[in-house]
Design a protein around this ligand. Structure first.
Ligand code: NAD
Length: 313
């Protein structure tokens, strides 16, 4: 039987560590970390996500600041809010919930966030830092995936990793993080020829396609580690909605370890957002950030990795 990687337990451990870091920062005379969450309009799913993020902040002692703006807010007004939050010394993380209303150019808005406060890790400066291995903030879901992998893999060097999906928020950044750990990485996508054959060689499979049940038992070599990022809402036979991953969980029990859906990658994402916010606060308060040089050393994600030691139990 494959080991089930318990994302909820690992996320709780990371939250405990984040809370301890908040306490230590304040005890050392630093600021209480602050996260500003911008919500434009009233998209119901976004409302739920924002509520969850704000509640999670409270648990670890991060101050949350909600910036609720009406759907008709102009791009100029939104850019003004971001400029104000960039300059606010009590704000260390800024998150602009997407999707934004269609009259607003998402790329321009996300690009206006100070990269050292960009706790989602989507700013081109942070993408550049990641691909050049020069620190910076990385997107929350890929960071969570790496922390989960660390609970079952001692040594990444030379491992064959196959990433299924090449999105900017999951596939590409997770591939860069695996490369950073000296894995041999193959990034695959919808047009990849003979994906099963490629997957069969992998020591690590990260499935982030959003294609329910894509990864079959005979795609997986014995002893591989599988991270199932996919989340698709399907109607069950009982008429109830259920979340389905990209991996046939029941067929991959010859793997070394696998994440369940739900309860795998999902819980890690908000925990990593909080961890990113604290690292941003530490870097900003140490004066390492706010620097015109995009290669300056801030914030430090290796500190978040260090929090995951000890595994899921
Ligand atoms: P996306 O739609 O932006 O990208 C999907 C990628 O998968 C594309 O590169 C596409 O080419 C590839 N793909 C699609 N179908 C494929 C197939 N049949 N074979 C091979 N490749 C295929 O998706 P995304 O935003 O990266 O999200 C991927 C999945 O991860 C979704 O199910 C999403 O809900 C989930 N997700 C989960 C979390 C979390 O917190 N757990 C966070 C982000 C995304």
């Amino acid at each position: 039987m494959a080991e089930i990687i318990d994302g909820r337990a690992v996320a709780r451990q990371l939250d405990d560590k984040t809370k301890a870091e908040v306490d230590a920062l304040i005890a050392a005379g630093g600021p209480r970390p602050g996260l500003a969450v911008i919500l434009v309009g009233a998209d119901p799913a976004s409302e739920v996500y924002v509520r969850r993020k704000i509640k999670a902040c409270e648990k670890v002692g991060i101050v949350s600041l909600e910036e609720r703006l009406p759907a008709e807010t102009s791009q100029e007004e939104l850019m003004g809010v971001i400029a104000r939050l960039n300059a606010d010394l009590s704000v260390h993380g800024i998150l602009c919930q997407v999707p934004l209303p269609p009259h607003i150019d998402t790329r321009t808005v996300l690009g206006a966030i100070d990269p050292d406060k960009d706790v989602d890790g989507f700013h081109p400066v942070n993408v550049g830092r990641l691909s050049t291995g020069t620190g910076g903030i990385v997107p929350c879901t890929p960071l969570g995936i790496m922390i989960l992998l660390e609970t079952v893999i001692d040594d990444f060097v030379g491992k064959d990793a196959v990433v299924i999906g090449k999105s900017n928020i999951v596939g590409k950044p997770v591939a860069m993080l695996l490369l950073e750990r000296e894995c041999t990485v193959t990034v695959t996508h919808i047009y990849t020829a003979d994906l099963p054959e490629i997957a069969r060689k992998a020591d690590i499979i990260v499935a982030a396609a959003g294609a329910p049940g894509l990864v079959r038992g005979d795609w997986v070599k014995p002893g591989a580690v599988i991270i199932d990022v996919g989340i698709t809402r399907l109607m069950g036979e009982d008429g109830k909605e259920k979340l389905v991953g990209d991996v046939r969980f029941d067929e991959v029990q010859h793997a070394k370890a696998v994440t369940p859906v739900p309860g795998g990658v999902g819980p890690m994402t908000i925990a990593c957002l909080l961890a990113n916010t604290v690292q941003a606060a530490k870097a900003l308060s140490a004066g390492a950030a706010g620097n015109a040089d995009p290669y300056h050393d801030a914030p430090d994600r290796s500190l978040i990795y260090a929090t995951s030691e000890g595994g899921a139990d």
